[in-house]
Ligand binder design. Structure first.
Ligand code: DP6
Length: 360
């Protein structure tokens, strides 16, 4: 689909008041999105595991206005309380999606949102939050366009979510999602994510992600600022090419269940992401000493046991520990015995690969 396919046509359904709830998961990138062009177009394609228990639940209540307003009309409640500091982000989101959803100024919205993960855990909620809101808005648009099919619904939800936060495009379905145009994947697009269409070996069923909360504080540099530092970055072109190559290689790895190669690509992607931050101008570092202690412990344990445990990182100090379900018992014990000590207040979250967002 092209951009113009997402501009809404005539609305034939009635403009009713209503309410809808979606629960949308977070996701963890294996090949990282880092660097973007205008309009949230990624500089390279990425692929992610959709998560299961780490999720945002959003209820959107909508009331038709007597006449369309000059500006967007909405209230925002986070975990039951008004949250004025989230409002500018939602306002920007509405402004970006308004060309594709002309009904937005005809309603007053109440957005009630909550996360399954603890407040200020250092886990980014933009992917799960923006995708949940995009899905709620698509529910309303489907009422106005009753003939809309399921594929268009999900594709446009991903398209809209991307305009809120790039990684949110990948939180619609599962178990793996690919976002960004790539030569080996017909139907892949910079405008939205698709369900990973190639073969996935059964070793990835129920794949585990234990998230170690190393640092729950506010990040010094936001993802948005970090992405922008890829403009004029001395290693940018090589990095974008590497992401394309890693996606090509992962196609065979996913199909064959080649875990040693999977581990190599995933860890290399995580370290490259942070290497890009460290070699930007201005340079910055989001890993903490405990991030490095955990990485070294994982490497020692893997060398000693030959178990298939590896790590990845997002744009922060927390560590995602990835491993197959069949090795869960031994690896979870290792995590509890040797890694939790490096977490802030001993906090960690157990998650696994998931199927995507659901309407409640
Ligand atoms: C390191 O999606 O948070 O997690 O598009 O500016 O909202 P914006 O950025 P965001 O960036 C995520 C970066 C990442 C890698 C990834 O998820 O692919």
């Amino acid at each position: 689909m092209r951009e113009k396919d997402f501009v809404a046509g005539e609305y034939s359904g009635p403009f009713l008041d209503g309410k809808v709830t979606y629960r949308s998961p977070s996701n963890i990138a294996l090949v990282k999105y880092w660097g973007k062009k205008e309009h949230q177009v990624p500089a390279n394609p990425s692929v992610s595991f959709t998560l299961d228990t780490s999720a945002t639940t959003t209820t959107l209540s909508y009331t038709k206005l007597a006449a369309p307003g000059k500006d967007f009309s909405f209230e925002l409640l986070f975990e039951g309380k008004p949250k004025p500091d989230f409002k500018p982000k939602i306002h920007t989101f509405f402004s970006r999606i308004a060309p594709y959803m002309p009904f937005l100024k005809s309603y007053h919205f109440v957005i009630e949102t909550s996360n399954s993960f603890p407040h200020s855990s250092g886990i980014a909620s933009s992917a799960s939050g923006m995708s949940a809101l995009a899905l709620c808005l698509m529910h309303l648009e489907k009422e106005l366009q009753p003939g809309m099919d399921e594929i268009y619904f999900k594709t446009k939800a991903s398209f809209l979510a991307r305009l809120g936060s790039g990684s949110a495009a990948r939180s619609i379905t599962g178990p793996l999602m690919q976002w960004g145009q790539h030569q080996d994947t017909e139907g892949s697009s910079d405008l939205y994510a698709i369900t990973y269409p190639h073969k996935i070996h059964e070793v990835f069923e129920g794949y585990q992600d234990t998230i170690l909360l190393v640092d729950k504080g506010q990040k010094q540099v936001s993802s948005t600022v970090g992405h922008n530092l890829m403009h004029g970055h001395p290693f940018a072109e090589q990095r974008f090419k590497q992401a394309h190559d890693n996606l090509s290689e992962l196609r065979r790895v996913f199909a064959e269940g080649d875990l040693p190669k999977f581990i190599e690509i995933v860890e290399s992607e995580a370290l490259t992401l942070h290497a890009m931050m460290m070699s930007s101008l201005p340079y910055f570092m989001l890993m903490k000493p405990n991030t490095l202690h955990i990485i070294n412990k994982i490497w020692e344990f893997r060398a000693a046991t030959k178990l298939h445990v590896c790590f990845t990182l997002d744009a922060g100090a927390n560590v995602h520990v990835l491993y197959p379900a069949s090795e869960k018992e031994l690896i979870l014990q290792f995590i509890k015995d040797e890694l939790i000590v490096y977490c802030e207040n001993g906090q960690y979250l157990c998650d696994q690969i998931g199927k995507g967002a659901v309407a409640l």
